[in-house]
Structure formats: structure tokens, C-alpha cells
Design a protein around this ligand. Sequence first.
Ligand SMILES: *[C@@H]1O[C@H](CO)[C@@H](O)[C@H](O)[C@H]1NC(C)=O
Ligand SMILES: *[C@@H]1O[C@H](CO)[C@@H](O)[C@H](O)[C@H]1NC(C)=O
Ligand SMILES: *[C@@H]1O[C@H](CO)[C@@H](O)[C@H](O)[C@H]1NC(C)=O
Ligand SMILES: *[C@@H]1O[C@H](CO)[C@@H](O)[C@H](O)[C@H]1NC(C)=O
Ligand SMILES: *[C@@H]1O[C@H](CO)[C@@H](O)[C@H](O)[C@H]1NC(C)=O
Ligand SMILES: *[C@@H]1O[C@H](CO)[C@@H](O)[C@H](O)[C@H]1NC(C)=O
Ligand SMILES: *[C@@H]1O[C@H](CO)[C@@H](O)[C@H](O)[C@H]1NC(C)=O
Ligand SMILES: *[C@@H]1O[C@H](CO)[C@@H](O)[C@H](O)[C@H]1NC(C)=O
Length: 559
Amino acid sequence: MSPNMKAAIALLLTLFGSHLLVHGSADAADGLRYDYSASTECKSHSEPALYQGGILTESTRKTEVKNVRTENGASSPGFVLSNLTADTIYSFSCWVQIKGRDSALIKARLNTASGTTCIGTTLARSHCWSFLKGGFVLDSPSLSSLLYFKASDQNDTTILVKSASLQPFSQEQWNQHREDSIQKRRKRFITVHVSDAQGNRVRGANVSAQQLSKDFPFGSAIASTILGNKPYQDWFAERFNAAVFENELKWYATEPQPGKLNYTLADGMLEFVRAHQISVRGHNIFWEDPKYTPSWVRNLTGNALKAAVNSRIRSLLRRYKGDFVHWDVSNEMLHFNFYEERLGPNATLEFFQTAKQADPLTTLFMNDFNVVETCEDDNASVDNYVVRLRQLMQGDEGMLQGIGLEGHFGKPNIPLMRAVLDKLATLKLPVWLTEIDISRNLGLQNQAAYLEEVLREGFSHPSMHGIMLWTALDKSGTCYQMCLTDTNFQNLPTGDEVDKLLKEWQSIDIKGQTNVRGSYSFSAFLGEHEVSVSSGNATKRVTFSLDGSQETKHINVQL
Ligand SMILES: *[C@@H]1O[C@H](CO)[C@@H](O)[C@H](O)[C@H]1NC(C)=O
Ligand SMILES: *[C@@H]1O[C@H](CO)[C@@H](O)[C@H](O)[C@H]1NC(C)=O
Ligand SMILES: *[C@@H]1O[C@H](CO)[C@@H](O)[C@H](O)[C@H]1NC(C)=O
Ligand SMILES: *[C@@H]1O[C@H](CO)[C@@H](O)[C@H](O)[C@H]1NC(C)=O
Ligand SMILES: *[C@@H]1O[C@H](CO)[C@@H](O)[C@H](O)[C@H]1NC(C)=O
Ligand SMILES: *[C@@H]1O[C@H](CO)[C@@H](O)[C@H](O)[C@H]1NC(C)=O
Ligand SMILES: *[C@@H]1O[C@H](CO)[C@@H](O)[C@H](O)[C@H]1NC(C)=O
Ligand SMILES: *[C@@H]1O[C@H](CO)[C@@H](O)[C@H](O)[C@H]1NC(C)=O
């Protein structure tokens, strides 16, 4: 802990005495539910603390701004937290207002003996209250920690905090939230009623069910290396129902020189996905990063750039109308602004409008990194993303239809990830994880372990509509950060993890017998199913589609 932090803690102690000390251990009642609520509006009144404040006691919640000095000399309210335990999942939330300036990105930070990390952010304003939601998990216990707030631009900002809440969850409780959510969103109960021609209930009939296809899109990026590569094709098609082309649709790939369009690779890859009933995301129309803009486009300005841009959208979307389920229209615009800088602040909106005209049935996405991965990146704070997303949702009945989160993770902060998803869910648009991987610097075993956590969190979140990995195998036999297999398509630990989850998230070999009422009930993942019912030498098969609903699905079978 830095001397400044010690001084800050000492100051807090003298200001508030021991009632600010709160116990960090998780003794929450078993089965404590997670509160998914969130807000992305600035409200005239703060709302009550989640979990009634959790382990932050009543007296601390009444604490208003006290000028506690943080490292950079700014003032912040703070909480001294005693005895935080390792591996406990801490969910943090509060309402924030600032004074003396209109708006600022405010970060909640946690200082422990092992350093200081961001645990959540909010775009705070004067005169209204903004919701901050995040969390943390510690690698080792911390006897004394300081949770404080600061403006990300380091400027001295007066920060007011209300309704703060710190709720510890055990790993078991957290897993239970996921299970509950999966049962509610990804599965459904089915009752099979079996009768004979006279209407008698058939008791003791054998019922078995198989899932034929999955509703939830789960897939990965592929590269042109898959063309003509049977082992790669088989490996991919056996597992996934969704794909995205890593680079082959990017402008630099399809039009390396002005007017020299070449869709050979993209067409070949499209044939592969069509042959295997795999749906495919279109990635991407424009990439705001100048580094990945074709060099000839980088040289264009004004009307020449405008003409090139229009011809790019039209030729791409006309050629592939109906083929791609999504298009990432303006990639990474939280970090870069190549087009808006040159074509004006409405350029992105116009891209969306043109794309929607060209292919009205595709879903148009924004796509960016570091929104869900961390809260250290000021460009990609969740509220910053929400502001940009809202701009595109307004006007002409909303151009934007989906929220893309790349998901290039280091060591994931799982409660922060859930909190960010909660905030994005307030927009009521489909959310997709579009490019998940774990940094190669962490090693194969950690990649697998962290991947499991990220996938479980993503799959179980109520707002999640699809998950894509970013594991295309390139010509050099490497992947961007993380492969699932070696070059012989033998699974790496990450591939085993994916296979384990794919198996867990489907309903195969469900078996049972009808009860005295002639019925058999079970729960299955959404998708197409075949149920087979037999009694004696009579057998009936029924296929049906199980779509999302809270109602039990009833199937009547007559033997
Ligand atoms: C924290 O834990 C230590 C060691 O178990 C204990 O002595 C101390 O009283 C605890 N502090 C609080 C505030 O609970
Ligand atoms: C932050 O402070 C610096 C120097 O004090 C000032 O130049 C700058 O405008 C401030 N930024 C904001 C956003 O207030
Ligand atoms: C188009 O791309 C393919 C695949 O990269 C390449 O083999 C072919 O030569 C290209 N065609 C032209 C006309 O450049
Ligand atoms: C872009 O402009 C620079 C400087 O005018 C020139 O040297 C370069 O050849 C141009 N590049 C392309 C691809 O046109
Ligand atoms: C992020 O934002 C800052 C300005 O706030 C800018 O200088 C920087 O280039 C941006 N881009 C990235 C990739 O971080
Ligand atoms: C951007 O679009 C808005 C709404 O259509 C319009 O009012 C504004 O003038 C446009 N701005 C520019 C710079 O074209
Ligand atoms: C159900 O299957 C079991 C095992 O195959 C068989 O012994 C039994 O007779 C079957 N029951 C009926 C009602 O067909
Ligand atoms: C099996 O079917 C045959 C004719 O379809 C019928 O005669 C016979 O009784 C059935 N056996 C049983 C055990 O139900």
C-alpha cells in the first residue's frame, strides 16, 4: 500500500471512527439472489442501495462526501473495508453525482496491499445521479482495503456518493445465479402426454428425447485456411452453429486497390458455412482504426472518400444480401474515428442508414473492445458506449439493432463483466460477445480456466443472444491470441473446455417413463428436439421446436 493510501485510510479513520470499518466475510444467506437491475439514465433522485447496502453498514451509507485525498490529490468519499476474503465475488454499486463541472467519467477503485484496480465506472453529471455498478474478486485476502472514487481525467472533482452497496457472494451462490438464469432463458420445461386411441393414459411408456439443433448461436472466427482443409472443416462443423470471417471481408481484403474488388476468399468461406447450416456474422464494413484502412483509402478526402465509402457499402451488401445475419457497420468507433474525422460527425449514422437500405433484414451492430473486459480503458467505459449506442438508436426508428462486445480478455473480472452486461441490458437490444479470447501471455492452462468463466458468465446472462470466439487458425498455424487446437486439430485445453460446455449446454439422451398420469416432464435447451415414445411394440416419434418462453411446452402423443 502506498504511503498516500495509508494516509488516506488514517484520515478516514479519524473522520468517521470505527463505524466505517465493515466486515468483508461472505456470510450471506445461501441462495441469495443476484440483483440484475441497473440504470443508464441520470436520475433526479438516487435509488435505494441494492441488497440494502450489503456489508456496507447503515452508518457508512449515510456518509456523504468527505474530502479524502486520493493518490493524485483529488477528493473522494471512501470506504475502509476490513478483512476482504480471497475468491469471494464482491458486487459493488452506488449512485454518483459531481459538483463543479458538467460531467466526468468517475471510477470506483479498490486499493489493497497488492495494488489499485478499477472496479466500476459511471458517467457522472452535476444535478442528477448516475448508477455505478461493478465488482471484484481478490487473489489473496486483504485485511484493510480502501474503496474510493476519482475522475478518470485526474482533475479535482467533488464527488457525491449515495446508496453504496457491497455484496459478497460465494462461488456456489454465483454459480446458482447462472443456473437459475440458464433454466429461465436457455431452457424450457416440456411435458409429454401419452395416450392410446381410446383416450386412456399410457403409463410406463418409454420416452426418450434428443436435441437436433441448438437455438443459441455459439461459434468462432474462421480464416481462409479452412478452404480445402477437410480436417479443419470437420472439426469446426461438428461443434459450431455460427461463424465469422476473421479478415476476409475487411475492406483491405476485398479491395486492396481502388476498384479491384476480389471476393474469392469470402465466397469460398460462405460456401463452407452454407454447406453446414452455419449462420455467419458480417465483419466488418468499416473499421475506424486507420491502421487497418486500405492504404489507398487513407489518402482520400472529401467527395472522393464519400464516393469510395458509398460504393464499398453498396457493393458489399448488394453482393451478400441476406447471406450475413449481422453486419458490424463501424468497428471500434469508441477508440478510433477515421471516418467521422474526415466525413463529419454524422458519418456513422449515414453508414447505418445506407446499410439498412441495402439489406433491411440483416441486424446492424456496433462492435468494440474493453467495454466488458476491463474498466481501465477510458475510451470504452460502458456509459460511453451507451451514449454512442443511443445516438444510433434514435431517429429513423433506430438504425442500430445489436450491441457487439469483442471480449479480448486478460484475467477476467467476472462481477464487473456481469455488471456491465446489466447496464447494457437497459437498452433492450440483443447483446453478443463477438470475439472472445484470453491473452496468450497468460499461458494455456489459464487461458482455458478463464475462458470457462467468461463463457459461463456470457451464456447465462439474460441479455446475451450469441457468443463467438476469436480462434481462427491462420496460415502460420497460430491464432490471434488463443487457439482451440493444434495444427492437427487436436484440442488444446481451451478446446476441451469449449467441448465440455457445448456438451453441458445441450440436451441429449434424456430418458424416462410416463407416470400414472401418462405423462413425463423434463427440461431441455432451446432448439429442435425429437421425442420418441414407445410402449410394447408401438413407437411414435415427434419433432418439435422449443423456443423461448416461461410456459411449459406440452406435447400430446397417441400410441
Ligand atoms: C479482521 O481479522 C482479524 C484477524 O482475524 C481480526 O483480529 C480483526 O478483528 C478483524 N477486523 C474486523 C474489523 O473484523
Ligand atoms: C482538467 O484540468 C486541466 C488543468 O487543470 C484543464 O486544462 C482541463 O480543461 C480540465 N479538464 C476538464 C475536463 O475539466
Ligand atoms: C483474388 O484473390 C484470390 C485469393 O487470394 C487470388 O488467388 C486471386 O489471384 C485474386 N484475383 C485477382 C484478380 O487479383
Ligand atoms: C498516399 O499518399 C502518399 C503521399 O501523398 C503517397 O506517397 C502514397 O503513394 C499514396 N498511397 C497510395 C496507396 O495511394
Ligand atoms: C482513446 O482516447 C484518447 C483521448 O481521450 C485518445 O488520445 C486515444 O488515442 C484513444 N484511443 C485509444 C485506442 O485508446
Ligand atoms: C447531422 O444530422 C442531424 C440530424 O439529421 C442534422 O440536424 C445535422 O445538421 C447533421 N450534421 C451535419 C454536420 O451534417
Ligand atoms: C421400456 O424399456 C425397457 C428397457 O428397454 C423395457 O424393458 C420395457 O419393457 C419398456 N417398457 C415399455 C412399456 O415398453
Ligand atoms: C405387437 O404388434 C402386433 C401387430 O402389430 C400385435 O398383434 C401384438 O399383439 C403386439 N404385441 C404387443 C406385445 O403389444
